[in-house]
Design a protein around this ligand. Structure first.
Ligand SMILES: Cc1cc2nc3c(=O)[nH]c(=O)nc-3n(C[C@H](O)[C@H](O)[C@H](O)COP(=O)(O)OP(=O)(O)OC[C@H]3O[C@@H](n4cnc5c(N)ncnc54)[C@H](O)[C@@H]3O)c2cc1C
Ligand code: FES
Ligand code: FES
Length: 1364
């Protein structure tokens, strides 16, 4: 902004409302988002930070504005992380705190999501509540489709979404749910199991009858003051000034044009969905931002006979609703483009994005993957541009408009005022296509808009235009292809020539950014093919219509129709069936568990589906996470500086510029560490901060501490680091094997004599499988706050961690102080999944050094991108196998080699690879079984523990081997599984005896419950009838060992206090990260003390109440801590025994009072000494597990072979969990783990650049399952009549095992692919690596379109991404 302008005018006062209260801000900073304002300034911490880029929905709030033209108030959900504070003038914001609270009144949305068990860690819950709340403000009786759309942009990493949807489903009116779509029975009633007699009442997870009714009259009204503001005459220009930039919001078009003329480089900020992320993630600084949202011309809509002019400032939601409103007002033939646009808009981004992103912004951003531009271009749309000097001009939105990446013909001083969308003509047909890594809320891989025009009754093409996005740096037109089609009849011959032309015309270099080159090219063909089918259908319709109206003069025999319009003249060949979209209606599933015994007291909560004890606090935003802790006086923020090289010497680290920046207080390097500068893991020393050399991109170099987040981040960006590259970085497992780069020890195990057995089998087969890594994507990023107490070097560390003891010990070592000076506190964790142990300790140590050095509280909260870069992931694995089997299906010998890509530091990698070999028998008794496992040392960021700890990778290779055997024998894979499954008294490869009876029971039960045989037949039938759609069915078992193999970790302690008023405070060593551990401990204490659960409170986990606790991991948190809590409570109960006997009619409170007066201690510690487990790798035997949890999943998918998109039609899971302590919590763990597994095996892809940089550093690039991925029928059954003598109340650990069952979706996709291949004449085993993304599935189908793409020669080019 010119200095002249700044001198002209002082900043205005920003005025808006939050939760009904007026907010005025004198110095509104244009770089401040609503999210940081809410959290940091107003301390409204219910709205969460999950990604900062509009990709996760954790920050969703509702925005309400008065539309002056219509005098209507609109409510819409928005991402507070993208919304500039300055954009809020005159708006009313509702956050989760304004919706309801436990102190006043819960809103029905909050209540229902909580009581339907829709929260686990609760971090996503406020965002879910706000999306749903906004929907209800607009539609109090929504349909399920409305609900799934509203929640499409809200990610949850814990629940698997099913319970959230079930809670929200209760708002549907019957007419709006399944029955509206012709379903039988009502989805609101739940589903009856096929075997269950209708009269027998099954226990339910929640009771809808206790829900508060929705009463729209109770909602906050739109502030009258804002109505007056909006209607005030003579609106004036608003200016807001911040630290580095200014914001101007002109009130007229003329003023906007003048402003733009003077400041051509200043962006117009409308939805900020492009400008905002550039500022945040790319560090772009705009000295001036111009907001045109008060310029009415940009929002005007004008209808003409030829089409409609739509204001460029209209949000995509407004555009869609405008189109939908126009449709019924027009002739059907006029609506082709409008319908195609509306369809495309329905899947573009999320609802929150569409609610703010503008039509003009989408066009001007000229993003190559824009979903709109190809269609607008194909549809002959045009734009109207205005500038102060040049006046108005209209330009067609064609190929010439899009000049280069992010650039259009728009001049810098021009404003896009409106967009003309023409009505279509008779004989004009449109196609809109997109394929994205995830079906919804995901940028497309390739997108396309197509148009063809026929003169009436003719199949000869008069005009055609075809545009693609995702095929280069701009939206591209396939002009040569169009030329090959025009003036020819629309038939197979023309189209097959067009495919060849298209293939030549749209060539992508093999190293093209974004990769997926073969897939993208094949999509261009398959989209055209789909358009071909659609057009044939349309032609058929057109002719049908013509037949009804006009007689033929040639074909007297053909019922006298006019010649050129006669069906024989237009279309002679058989029309293929129309491609239907994949099914998407999510039905309520079954969740079956056992009733508690009739004799159990009503007060005893064990075995009952008790709601998560914090669910209501989650839903109201009152639950306090680490970063919600209020800042203390003088608190500093820490930001990290990381390596940009994979393998290099650090030649200089210059922090001088950073230290000069405003607010920067200090820079912490390795030299500042007063104690141990390393952490020891598996015999290796790991540096906290690199000193001299780096071994991966993302390695921690130093940290900047400053008085605010923003200042610390700016400081970190200003640190200059020079490197000297070292030779030969190692990235892939193959490279590591070649260079013998391993973390030792490598492990081997063998039962039987594998080598000998290979000599006596009927067939031998060799195969391999790659499994990609997986980002934890806990919704709460790594967060910590270290506070010096002020004397005797004592510290309080508030850390989001699964292992407080490790934090305490690591901080003490690093600071060279005794552990008794450090207390680690953990109230709750917003998801962890194994990722908040080792790396968290490193970050906590660095933060503690900063707190020690500055003697001030220091907070460190990682941005999503940093978290993904720094904190490691699940290990990618390369698995190779050789299997020997008999022709009757018996697998006699198998030899496996596993290579895990461990990254640059050992972390827990050696333990992870051990787990490969402790589980690789899975459910099968293979008499001769050998495995080798190695952790490869590479120059990628070090990987770490992740739910399942290596088992999900290990078993996928095993099951893939089983599938290969089945394919070779041409038998269904489930038969091979059955033949080889353990039966009778059995022994594992490490010589542990066990009974597989419940594994077999799960298998049989799953077959029955899933109606496996019938569905298999139906899928085969479906596959015979469909060429481009295939269904696949797969059934997968798991046997999962529970407890820590390192025996000493199997211990736990608890501390229970009873206070004089009878209330009970329980502390134990486990942490609450969403898995419901505290809820279960509350249940245990309630049962043991015979008091209502409401009397029992758990505040936090801390090292000063329970010392030396083991991590909350390995699925044994309830087993171990439950025993410790039980022990403490039993001790206390016994102490009260004499008093109770003396006064049996007394109340709990009276006994407690009496005990106090009699000087009986009301505090006890409990301890659990768990089993002495071990594994002797030399002898290859041991007892590494206390027991096994068993489970089986049957999955069915439908695959679109042309795009690789798939939908899980149904998943049935049967799990042996003994006797569940809390069925709602356990079913939640099962569903959540399954969905995480589904993500691992079918969706989530980590991509690294050839120089080792992680590309996928946020939800825009890395896709975890969203609502659109929930199986359409999702049934969970807890195996009845099972018990377990090794864990509390006969329960079993369940946190991890079911994750592997997500592989049933992988194998179902593989099954569907096999059916497609068989149509192409391909049979037998084939390679499909994990995850089975649409790209991999589509290419594996080997359709005529994928086969047209010339195969690339490995080694002949540098791929965009590494194949690690
Ligand atoms: C999480 C996420 C998901 C997304 N998913 C998709 C998707 O699936 N498909 C898709 O196509 N897009 C997607 N997008 C992109 C999104 O649609 C665009 O960012 C959006 O349309 C841009 O509009 P805006 O109003 O937010 O632009 P802003 O960020 O406000 O502005 C963007 C640019 O446009 C210019 N500009 C805006 N309006 C005008 C005007 N009237 N005249 C001149 N210049 C103007 C500005 O100067 C600026 O340079 C996604 C974005 C995000 C953040
Ligand atoms: S934090 Fe705003 S969408 Fe993720
Ligand atoms: S409950 Fe949804 S992210 Fe944890």
């Amino acid at each position: 902004m010119s200095s002249k302008m700044s001198a002209e005018k002082q900043g205005d006062i920003l005025c808006f409302f939050i939760n009904g209260k007026k907010v005025t801000e004198n110095n509104a900073d244009p770089e401040t988002t609503l999210l940081s304002f809410l959290r940091e300034k107003l301390r409204l911490t219910g709205t969460k930070y999950g990604c900062g880029g509009g990709g996760c929905g954790a920050c969703t709030v509702m925005l309400s504005r008065l539309q002056p033209a219509t005098r209507t108030i609109t409510h819409y959900s928005v991402n507070a992380c993208l919304l500039p504070l300055c954009q809020l003038h005159g708006a009313s914001v509702t956050t989760v705190e304004g919706v309801g609270s436990t102190k006043t009144r819960l809103h029905p949305v909050q209540e229902r999501i909580a009581k339907a068990h829709g929260t686990q860690c609760g971090f996503c819950t406020p965002g879910m509540v706000m999306s749903m709340y906004t929907l209800l403000r607009n539609r109090p009786q929504p349909t399920m489709e409305d609900i799934t759309q509203a929640l499409a942009g809200n990610l949850c990493r814990c629940t698997g979404y099913r319970p959230i949807l079930d809670g929200c489903r209760t708002f549907c009116q019957e007419a709006n749910c399944c029955r509206a779509n012709g379903g039988e029975g009502c989805c609101l009633e739940g589903e009856q199991s096929p075997e269950e007699p209708a009269h027998e009442e099954k226990p339910r997870l929640f009771d809808t009858e206790e829900f508060l009714p929705l009463d729209p009259t109770q909602e906050l009204i739109f502030p009258p003051e804002l109505i007056l503001m909006a209607e005030a005459p003579n609106p004036k220009t608003l200016t807001f000034r911040g630290e580095r930039s200014s914001w101007v919001s002109p009130s007229s078009l003329e003023e906007l044009l003048q402003l733009k003329a003077r400041n051509p480089d200043a962006p117009l900020v409308v939805g900020n969905s492009n400008v905002g992320p550039d500022m945040k993630f790319k560090g772009v600084l705009h000295p001036l931002l111009i907001s045109p949202t008060r310029v009415t011309e940009l929002f005007e809509v004008t209808r003409t006979p030829q089409g409609v002019w739509v204001g460029a400032g209209c949000s995509l939601t407004e555009v869609r609703s405008l189109l939908d409103k126009l449709l019924p007002q027009l002739e059907q033939e006029q609506t082709g483009l409008l319908r195609a646009l509306s369809r495309q808009l329905g899947t573009l981004g999320s609802q929150q994005i569409r609610n703010v992103a503008s039509l003009g912004g989408n066009i001007v951003t000229a993003y190559p993957n824009s979903d709109l531009n190809p269609l607008l271009a194909a549809g002959n749309c045009k734009v109207s541009l205005l500038s102060a000097a040049g006046g108005r001009r209209e330009l067609p939105l064609n190929q010439d408009f899009f000049v280069s990446f992010g650039k259009t013909l728009l001049k810098p001083e021009e404003v896009l005022v409106s967009v003309f969308i023409p009505f279509s003509r008779k004989g004009e047909f449109f196609g809109a296509f997109r394929q994205a890594p995830r079906k919804e809320s995901s940028l497309s891989t390739v997108t396309s808009g197509m148009r063809v025009f026929f003169s009436e009754g003719s199949r000869v093409v008069q005009d055609v235009s075809i545009y693609y996005g995702g095929m280069g740096p701009t939206t591209v037109g396939a002009t040569k292809t169009c030329a090959a089609i025009v003036s020819r009849p629309w038939d197979d011959e023309t189209l097959s020539r067009a495919y060849d032309v298209l293939l030549d015309e749209l060539v992508l270099p093999l190293s093209a950014p974004g990769g997926k080159v073969e897939f993208r090219r094949s999509l261009t063909l398959s989209f055209l093919f789909q358009f071909h089918l659609e057009v044939l259908q349309n032609l058929k319709e057109m002719v049908k219509y013509a037949r009804q109206t006009l007689p033929c003069l040639i074909h007297l025999s053909c019922e006298s129709y006019t010649a050129p319009l006669c069906v024989q003249h237009v279309i002679t060949e058989e029309i293929p069936e129309k491609m239907q979209p994949l099914p998407r209606e999510i039905h309520p599933g079954l969740q079956e568990f056992q009733h508690v015994s009739k004799d159990q007291s009503d007060q005893d909560p064990v075995g009952r589906p008790i709601m998560h004890r914090s669910a209501l606090s989650h839903a109201t935003g009152e639950a306090v996470y680490c970063d919600d802790l209020p800042a203390t006086e003088g608190e500093l923020f820490l930001a990290l500086v990381t390596s940009s090289r994979a393998h290099a010497k650090i030649t200089a680290l210059d922090a001088s510029e950073a230290l000069r920046l405003p607010g920067v207080v200090d820079v912490i390097t390795a030299r500042d560490v007063p104690g141990r500068k390393t952490r020891k893991m598996s015999g290796y020393e790991e540096e906290l901060l690199a000193d001299g050399e780096v071994s991966c991109v993302g390695q921690l170099l130093c940290a900047v501490v400053a008085d605010s987040r923003l200042h610390a981040k700016r400081g970190a960006a200003a640190v200059r680091v020079s490197y000297e590259d070292l030779p030969d970085p190692v990235f892939t497992s193959e490279e590591a094997v070649e260079k013998e780069s391993f973390f030792e020890p490598r492990r081997t195990i063998e039962r039987g004599d594998v080598t000998k057995a290979f000599g006596s089998v009927d067939q031998v087969h060799e195969g391999e499988l790659r499994i990609g890594g997986q980002e934890h994507f806990y919704m709460e990023t790594q967060s910590m706050l270290v506070v010096p107490v002020g004397e005797e070097t004592e510290f309080n560390a508030y850390v989001s961690t699964q292992f407080p003891t490790l934090m305490q010990a690591a901080i003490a070592e690093t600071l060279s102080i005794p552990s008794n000076r450090v207390t680690c506190h953990v109230r709750r964790i917003g998801g962890a999944f194994g990722g908040k142990v080792v790396k968290t300790a490193v970050l906590a140590c660095i933060t503690a050094v900063a707190a020690w050095k500055t003697n001030r509280a220091v907070r460190c909260v990682l941005e999503r991108g940093e978290d993904m870069l720094i904190s490691g992931a699940r290990h990618p694995v390369l698995g190779k196998y050789k299997v020997g089997f008999m022709n009757d299906g018996r697998i006699v010998a198998a030899d496996f080699h596993y290579y895990a890509n461990a990254g640059n530091m050992v972390d827990e990698s050696v333990l992870v690879v051990e787990k490969f070999l402790l589980h690789f028998d899975n459910a099968y008794n293979i008499p001769n079984l050998r495995g080798h496992a190695a952790a490869c040392r590479t120059n990628l960021p070090s990987n770490t523990a992740f739910r399942g700890f290596g088992v999900p990778q290990s078993l996928l290779v095993v099951e893939n081997m089983v599938e290969d055997v089945a394919a070779l024998l041409r038998r269904p894979a489930d038969q091979i599984r059955e033949i080889n499954m353990y039966r009778g008294p059995s022994v594992t490869q490490y010589k542990l005896e066990f009974s597989p009876e419940n594994l077999r029971r799960c298998w049989e039960e799953c077959k029955l419950r899933s109606e496996h045989a019938a569905r298999r037949r139906a899928a085969d039938q479906f596959n015979r009838e469909n060429r481009w759609r295939k269904r696949g069915v797969a059934m997968v078992p798991i046997k999962y060992g529970i407890a820590f193999s390192e025996g000493f970790l199997n211990q736990a302690a608890a501390l229970v206090h009873i206070y004089k008023d009878g209330s009970v405070l329980v502390s134990h060593g486990g942490t609450e990260m969403g898995q419901g551990l505290h809820t279960k401990m509350q249940q245990v204490a309630s049962r043991e003390l015979r008091v209502p659960a409401a009397k029992v409170y758990i505040s936090e986990t801390s090292t000063n109440t329970v010392p030396n606790a083991s991590p909350s991991a390995a699925s044994c948190g309830t087993d171990a801590n439950g025993m410790a809590v039980q022990n403490a409570c039993q001790i206390l109960y016994q102490r009260l025994e004499p008093i109770r006997l003396r006064n049996p009619e007394g109340s709990w409170e009276s006994w407690v009072q009496a005990a106090f007066l009699e000087k009986i201690s009301l505090s006890a510690t409990g301890f659990y000494k768990g089993p002495d487990l071990y594994m002797d790798w030399v002898k290859m035997e041991g007892r590494p597990y206390a027991y096994f949890t068993f489970g089986v999943c049957c999955c069915e998918v439908e695959l679109d072979c042309l795009t690789g998109d798939y939908r899980t039609l149904r998943a049935d899971i049967v799990v042996d969990i003994g006797r569940s302590v809390n069925p709602s919590v356990d079913i939640g763990q099962i569903e959540g783990a399954f969905m995480q597994g589904l993500g691992l095996y079918t969706l989530e892809e980590l991509k690294f650049s050839p120089s080792g940089l992680l590309y996928t550093r946020g939800p825009s690039q890395y896709k975890i399952p969203a609502v659109c991925d929930v199986p359409l029928r999702f049934n969970v059954y807890l195996l009845p009549d099972s018990s377990n003598p090794h864990a509390i109340y006969s329960s079993k650990g369940i946190g991890e095992p079911v994750l592997f069952l997500g592989s049933a979706a992988f194998f179902a996709i593989k099954d569907a692919v096999a059916a497609a291949r068989s149509d192409s004449g391909l049979v037998g085993p084939f390679s499909l690596n994990s995850p089975a993304t649409p790209e991999r599935a589509c290419l594996a189908c080997a359709s005529p379109f994928t086969q047209k793409i010339p195969a690339s020669k490995p080694g002949s080019f540098k791929p965009w991404a590494l194949n690690i």
